[in-house]
Design a protein around this ligand. Structure first.
Ligand code: ARG
Length: 462
């Protein structure tokens, strides 16, 4: 059948443009280590079941060894006309060792081969990302601990309106929790993807007496996949990874966005370290948070990758179709994007300069303590809904007069509602408000400290 002619520049019958369009080598070269590993294991299996002689196996392993050295040294003759990484390695093997090289593809198809490589690649990628996530979670815990004592405060927001004061440590830990779940999602995806498609061959299995359990085990898979059609046709493992990366990137983009906002002159809570900001070419006063802006924006690429691959798989008939070659670029791009974003934030966060005074004032200044007064009246027996109205009227009046909550005198409070007494005044202090929020998961220093201690254990810091 119109297979490759190793000598020709392009596949027989394909125009140059078509051949280039068809080729995946420019991006699936990234899988060469996985392909080599798989080739070695497959060859050993073929030998064990009697399909390769000892000499043939040795020749193949030696050839693969030389190929590895060539690739590492940058001397490997990559040829795009050979379409993909698999054909490149196989053709080179035959060039180097002759006919035994041609036996390597016995009982295998590129369909199970590429699915196997991709699973191996993603498994390693997940391990790398998990390590990076752990590193970033460590930073988040350390920062949380750093600002706990003395407690550093900022306004917590809803609708981007100052709502209630919170601890900066509590804010850090919110991201810690998100990232903890992101790591869990990757772990789950890893567990499900760790099965071997190898030996499914083109789609139906093979008549050769292969040992799929052996190859699965040697490649570190939990088991061979149980259905050959599923093994070569499915990419839900890749979609799961992309979903996890997408959610992970969304979290990073929120963190980036908050830091961008907080670093504006309008907020003035934090200063981005110089190593992660650039100056403007014409406005000398400006410091632009480029890196954070890019992290915010690149979440779009990762979502794009998920959408792209979902669309490829949607409605695709079984089993392998060339459409599936389109799985690699989105995956590689999403992986690199998320990896770099994690690294950058890990380096950036410890260098942030938080402006304690400004944050404190912002938390105190507005009417972020109004809830305290409403809670107070509720504790004295007024139904909360009514207490809310009473304090609402008070705040409206203060706004009109251009005054802050802490400007209130005891007399004014008493005049506003008879349930107000002397013990209401301390509530208008930030410290009181924070310390009161001592419910499980709340922002009180005691509650936050407890979570920090646990989190330190989770990330191996204690
Ligand atoms: N380069 C192909 C891919 O990435 C390898 C599998 C090709 N299989 C085939 N039947 N043409 O999907």
């Amino acid at each position: 059948m119109g297979h490759r002619t190793w000598g020709g520049r392009f596949a027989e019958g394909l125009s140059e443009l078509a051949a280039r369009f068809n080729a995946s080598l420019p991006f699936d070269r990234a899988l060469w280590r996985e392909d080599l590993w798989q080739n070695r294991v497959h060859a050993r299996m073929l030998h064990r079941v009697g399909l390769l002689s000892q000499e043939e196996l040795e020749a193949i392993l030696e050839g693969l060894e030389r190929i590895e050295k060539e690739i590492e040294a940058g001397t490997f003759p990559w040829r795009e006309e050979l379409e993909d990484v698999h054909m490149n390695l196989e053709a080179r093997l035959i060039e180097l060792i002759g006919p035994p090289g041609g036996k390597l593809h016995t009982a295998r198809s590129r369909n199970d081969q590429v699915a196997t490589d991709l699973r191996l690649f993603l498994r390693a990628a997940i391990d790398e990302l998990s390590a990076l996530l752990l590193g970033l979670r460590r930073v988040l815990v350390r920062e949380a601990e750093k600002y706990l004592d003395p407690p550093q405060v900022l306004p917590g927001y809803t609708h981007l309106q100052r709502a209630q004061p919170i601890l900066l440590s509590h804010w850090f830990l919110a991201y810690y929790e998100m990232l903890l779940r992101d790591a869990g999602r990757l772990r789950d995806a890893r567990e499900r993807l760790n099965e071997s498609p190898l030996g499914a061959a083109a789609l139906a299995g093979t008549g050769f007496p292969i040992d799929r359990h052996y190859t699965a085990k040697e490649l570190g898979f939990a088991a061979p996949m149980r259905n050959s059609l599923d093994a070569v046709a499915s990419r839900d493992f890749a979609l799961e990874v992309l979903s996890a990366l997408n959610i992970g990137m969304l979290h990073l983009s929120r963190l980036a966005e908050e830091l961008i906002l907080y670093s504006t002159e309008e907020f003035g809570f934090v200063e981005i370290p110089d190593a992660f900001a650039t100056g403007s070419s014409i406005m000398p006063q400006k410091k632009n948070p480029d890196i954070l802006e890019l992290i915010r924006a690149k979440a779009g690429r990762v979502l794009g990758a998920l959408v792209a691959l979902s669309t490829v798989v949607k409605g695709l008939p079984l089993a392998y179709n060339k459409d599936l070659q389109e799985d690699k670029e989105p995956l590689l791009d999403a992986f690199a994007t998320y990896r770099d974003s994690l690294k950058l934030l890990t380096a950036l966060l410890p260098g942030l300069k938080w402006r304690r005074e400004r944050m404190w004032r912002a938390a105190e200044e507005g009417y972020a303590l109004a809830t305290e007064l409403a809670d107070y009246l509720a504790e004295k027996g007024l139904p909360f809904r009514e207490a809310h109205h009473v304090v609402g009227r008070l705040v409206r009046r203060l706004v009109e007069e251009g005054r802050a909550l802490k400007d209130l005198t005891l007399e004014e409070l008493k005049a506003h509602h008879p349930l107000f007494a002397e013990d209401a005044l301390p509530l208008l202090r930030l410290e009181t408000a924070i310390h009161r929020r001592n419910s499980f998961g709340g922002t009180a220093p005691l509650a936050v400290r407890e979570r920090i201690l646990e989190a330190k254990k989770e990330v191996g810091l204690a």
